[in-house]
Design a protein around this ligand. Structure first.
Ligand SMILES: O=C(O)CCC(=O)C(=O)O
Ligand SMILES: [Fe+2]
Length: 183
């Protein structure tokens, strides 16, 4: 329940940043939006230069909340062609923008590619809470964010279809967001 409230508050702030009504994302999600908790365990690995904990991907979610390991870093984000370490501080949560947010914000917010690396001498745990629109919902760029200066970047897609494409492409090491591109 606390997680739901926390996510709603962040989504309200995100909507305000985009100059949308503050309930834009929350009301689109509806009452029964899905939050999955994923418990990640990354065992130490003798060949960390060859083995990822989690291969490069973006999240298919609207937003993901990560409770990272208190002591072991390992999450990295791709920025301008380089992998940047995400530093952790005890008890801090990480909020990651997912593909659904990139689509709904018409590309103003980007869903970053990230990965988790392994270490030869330590293992790591994390919890990811994945917040997404329900499978039958249709998502697309907010009308308010489509204009002459920023033409529509993504088509309207059913979440269920996007998820299917997402997993197919994930296994091929590809992103799904290109599939949702407009035109
Ligand atoms: O373990 C982490 O810090 C990130 C996990 C992650 O990217 C995911 O579960 O999608
Ligand atoms: Fe992720």
């Amino acid at each position: 329940m606390k997680t739901k409230k926390l996510i709603e508050n962040v989504l309200k702030t995100t909507a305000k940043l985009l100059e949308l009504s503050k309930d834009f994302f929350v009301s689109h999600l509806g009452d029964k939006f899905s939050i999955f908790a994923r418990f990640n365990y990354y065992p130490c690995c003798l060949k960390p230069d060859l083995v990822f904990g989690l291969k490069p991907h973006s999240d298919r979610t609207l937003i993901t909340v990560i409770l990272p390991d208190k002591y072991v870093e390992g999450l990295q984000v791709m920025k301008d062609g380089e992998w940047i370490k995400v530093t952790t501080s005890p008890d801090a949560l990480i909020f990651n923008i997912g593909d659904q947010m990139e689509i709904m914000s018409n590309g103003i917010f980007k869903s970053p590619v990230h990965r988790v690396v392994t270490f030869s001498d330590k293992d790591r745990i994390s919890i990811a809470m994945l917040c997404a629109n329900l499978p039958e919902k249709v998502i697309g760029p907010a009308d308010e964010l489509v204009n002459d200066m920023r033409p529509r970047m993504y088509k309207n897609v059913k979440v269920k279809d996007y998820t299917e494409v997402f997993f197919k492409r994930f296994y091929q090491g590809k992103r799904a967001i290109d599939w949702a591109q407009f035109g």
